[in-house]
Design a protein. Structure first.
Length: 252
């Protein structure tokens, strides 16, 4: 019998693939945001930011570290509670709400980051409509998501949620229909007045290290915190996004 696979879980020994993903993506997410804002001439200090799909709040706290005033939303009340506990004393406001109905006032944010959202939602159009509404004119929408390719299907539908040796996600977390090619994302953004300005592939420096880390975590040989150092995700700005990619768009 394998370990328990459960998102946003406090159970001892439970494997939370969403938290593992947040840990492994943290550095490239922050590098991409900071380098993009710098290139656009936007000083983050004092600007307002929203993280949608914030999980346990790791990305939100990282953005706060850049000087942004951050609101963090997640559809899971348990994840929100864990984020509040982990970020006690830090200047991040946490709330529970789905991306499809965030319940926030329009034109409230200079920066919005959608994490663990585009490849999970069944209604991308509604999510992006809210993103456009929430951004101030000239604001920047950031996102990361999963392309729909044979390799991404093998990894996300096979390795991460089916194969016993490497499974870290509940079955059904991902589906082929919800994996998002860059052109599909760009078209949905454009339909709501958001101009996609960049797509940036990112990946583990060595894919075999990702496999080794996943197997080791499944067997209880390492904890979650050890995984980022073993996998070392890197940005690949000029690479074709075979699996995961980041991007940003501006409100026109």
């Amino acid at each position: 019998m394998g370990p328990t696979i459960e998102l946003d879980s406090r159970a001892p020994g439970a494997i939370d693939g969403r938290h593992i993903r947040a840990l492994t993506f943290q550095d490239v997410r922050l590098e991409y945001v900071s380098s993009t804002l710098r290139r656009l001439g936007i000083e983050p200090a004092g600007r307002s930011a929203l993280v949608v799909g914030s999980g346990r709040g790791l990305l939100a706290r990282g953005l706060a570290g850049l000087g942004l005033n951050v609101v963090a939303l997640d559809p899971s009340a348990e994840a929100t509670a864990m984020a509040q506990e982990a970020g006690s004393g830090e200047a991040v406001e946490y709330a529970t709400a789905p991306a499809e109905d965030p319940g926030l006032a329009g034109s409230s944010f200079d920066v919005v980051f959608y994490a663990d959202t585009f490849e999970i939602t069944g209604d991308l159009d509604r999510v992006v409509a809210h993103a456009a509404r929430l951004l101030r004119p000239g604001g920047v929408l950031f996102y990361d998501t999963v392309n729909r390719t044979p390799v991404s299907r093998l990894i996300y539908l096979g390795a991460f949620q089916t194969l016993p040796q490497t499974r870290i996600m509940p079955r059904g977390r991902y589906s082929a229909a919800r994996l998002r090619p860059p052109e599909e994302v760009a078209a949905t953004l454009a339909a709501h007045g958001l101009r996609n300005e960049d797509v940036c592939s990112f990946k583990p420096a060595n894919v075999l290290d990702l496999v080794r880390a996943t197997v080791a975590r499944r067997k209880g040989r390492i904890d979650d915190e050890a995984i980022p150092g073993m996998t070392r995700f890197v940005l690949e700005p000029d690479g074709k996004p075979i699996v995961t990619y980041l991007g940003h768009a501006r409100r026109q």
